[in-house]
Write a protein that binds this ligand. Structure first.
Ligand code: CTP
Ligand code: MG
Length: 235
């Protein structure tokens, strides 16, 4: 089984605030996207990385990847992305050569995922799961609310799901390629991760342990944390 990684990196990073597209922002001097690509290429099983670049940034991403060495065994491709993460992943899948039968989808915004997490996801797909997600228990209690019509108004609580049964889901998510392609061709609702498309289709999705360092860089505070983690690793 050959494994490829699709890395959606086409988002603007609105919640991070003004500046370059999020994936191109530097963490300790190196673009976030490069950290993310290296994190996936660190797995010996990953022989191709497909980077889905900001629509007007494919040439820039291509030259960044040319300038930062990857392991000898790892090829890469760059394709322009779309308006939503879902579209961007689909565009990445469309570019995959036929010989890859396992696909990982990994957010460029999770630049610090450890290779052991990547390998655990691949292993679970190799063991027969159609879809695998790394996830962690929640620290916070979660409440379902009736969203306020006016932002900032108090919101009525509707329910409190049992926290012990909840997991916060990360990437890379791993898939049998045919299953993921079918999901992207079939599911038209908006989703926030790839595994939820497979859930709608039917095949079982399984969870393996995630890692704290696979957190998503979303808001400015996350940049502080990411740079501190890198400094601790001396990168
Ligand atoms: N992504 C993408 N194409 C889009 C939107 C998002 O490839 N049209 C990617 C982002 O680049 C990121 C991942 O999907 O690597 C997760 O998305 P998110 O963290 O929401 O990033 P952004 O959409 O860039 O951030 P924001 O929602 O704050 O604008
Ligand atoms: Mg987004």
């Amino acid at each position: 089984a050959r494994t490829a990684a699709v890395i959606p990196a086409a988002g603007r990073g609105v919640r991070l605030g003004p500046g370059a597209p999020k994936a191109l922002r530097a963490l300790n001097g190196t673009p976030m996207l490069i950290h993310a690509v290296r994190a996936l290429a660190a797995s010996r099983a990953v022989s191709l990385v497909v980077v889905v670049a900001p629509p007007d940034g494919a040439a820039e991403v291509k030259s960044l990847l040319d300038a930062h060495a990857l392991p000898e065994r790892t090829d890469f491709l760059v394709v322009p992305g779309g308006d939503t993460r879902q579209e961007s992943v689909k565009l990445g899948l469309d570019a995959l050569p036929p010989e890859y039968d396992i696909v990982l989808v990994h957010d460029a915004a999770r630049p610090l995922v450890p290779v052991d997490t990547v390998d655990a996801v691949i292993e679970a797909v190799r063991d027969g799961a159609a879809a695998v997600v790394p996830a962690l228990p929640l620290a916070d209690t979660v409440k379902e609310v009736e969203p306020a019509a006016v932002p900032g108004d108090p919101e009525p609580v509707v329910a409190t799901p049992d926290r012990a049964r909840l997991r916060a889901v990360q990437t890379p998510q791993g898939f049998d390629r045919a299953t993921l392609v079918r999901a992207h061709e079939t599911v038209t609702e908006d989703v926030t991760d790839d595994a939820s498309m497979v859930e709608r289709l039917g095949p079982a999705v399984v969870v393996v342990p995630g890692h704290e360092e696979a957190f998503k860089v979303t808001r400015p505070l996350d940049l502080v944390l990411a740079e501190a983690v890198l400094a601790r690793r001396r990168l």
